[in-house]
Design a protein around this ligand. Structure first.
Ligand SMILES: C[S@@+](CC[C@H](N)C(=O)[O-])C[C@H]1O[C@@H](n2cnc3c(N)ncnc32)[C@H](O)[C@@H]1O
Length: 310
């Protein structure tokens, strides 16, 4: 499997969780594959915790600063966050910069061009089909290997003075560990008020982790950083080492138990029966969300995220 196809896996999971009622996403239907299968309850629940926790941090970030905020999405694929957030917070308050390889960017650009609801969201834009880019006031999409950022900088304009969060939803883990590290350090150095949100698997060395790696490698996908950061504590130390002053890293079981409000938990638990509770707990311990920030960004949003106090 080509690395770009991992986005289709993520899209199928998000479609299934949306159709089942875990996630509210009015824009995913424009991207959804025609044959869209229902995923098992533990996969839907994992997709839900992944989406809820990333949204939770990013939305508090958006609500914590006046004026324009920036979100830089690495390996964004068909993620619809940009449309969800712009429709909620307005294009004047947000700038999304998304990176992925050409086939994924061009597919997203073509989908945007086809649907008025997506186009309206981003306003006036300019597309370069051969370069695989779209540039607008609130969304830029670039066909660009993120490994180039450290050597060549951004392919277009970027405002380094804006409060900025970098999002890696299962993308940095495909890079060589040194490449991922130098990219994170680069972001930490370049933006005065910034943070990074990273979702990726952990615990690659136990039986479940080994099985997870074997299944992926049978499809030609290698999670190259997995063996370097086995635990949430190692993820925390990793981002402190990059120079961020505050870091929180939690597995999905902890997030489900301690971050998600009780009413919301009741709502999602009533959607479908989860017979495989032990299997869910095992799976949930193998995924980690890390949020690292410079001191000024952290201080600005921490009041709204009391459970993130380290
Ligand atoms: C598992 S998908 C995740 C997509 C999306 N972030 C999500 O969670 O729904 C990983 C994405 O990262 C992209 N990707 C992997 N390595 C990349 C690189 N070096 N530069 C740009 N994109 C990359 C892939 O093409 C793919 O779209």
């Amino acid at each position: 499997m080509d690395i770009t196809e991992t986005d289709l896996d993520a899209l199928k999971c998000r479609s299934s969780a949306t159709k089942s009622g875990y996630i509210h996403d009015p824009f995913i239907k424009f991207f959804s594959p025609s044959r869209n299968s229902h995923k098992p309850p533990i996969i839907n629940r994992g997709t839900y915790v992944r989406t809820w926790s990333i949204d939770h941090i990013l939305q508090k970030f958006i609500e914590s600063f006046d004026g324009k905020k920036q979100i830089i999405s690495l390996g964004a694929g068909t993620d619809t966050r940009v449309f969800r957030y712009i429709s909620e917070y307005g294009p004047e308050n947000l700038k999304f910069i998304e990176f992925d390889f050409y086939p994924n960017c061009i597919r997203k650009i073509r989908t945007i061009e086809k649907h008025e609801a997506l186009k309206q969201n981003i306003g006036d834009y300019v597309v370069d089909i051969s370069g695989g880019s779209l540039v607008s006031g609130s969304l830029d999409i670039y066909s660009y290997d993120i490994r180039e950022i450290v050597h060549k900088g951004f392919p277009g304009f970027v405002d380094f003075s804006l409060p900025t969060i970098v999002l890696s939803e299962c993308c940095l883990c495909y890079l060589e560990p040194e490449e991922a590290s130098s990219l994170c350090r680069w972001f930490q150095n370049m933006f005065a008020t910034s943070g990074i949100v990273v979702y990726e698997p952990i615990q690659g060395m136990d039986n479940f982790g080994k099985m997870m790696k074997a299944n992926l490698s049978a499809r030609g996908v290698i999670l190259k950083t997995l063996d370097c950061y086995e635990t949430t504590e190692q993820q925390r130390m990793r981002f402190l080492d990059y120079g961020y002053s505050e870091v929180i890293a939690e597995d999905f079981l902890t997030i489900e138990e301690t971050w998600i409000p009780i009413e919301e938990k009741k709502r999602t638990m009533s959607i479908e029966m989860l017979d495989e509770l032990e299997e869910w707990q095992l799976l949930a311990k193998h995924y980690c969300l890390t949020f690292a920030a410079t001191e000024n960004l952290w201080n600005q949003i921490i009041l709204q995220l009391p459970h993130l106090k380290t």
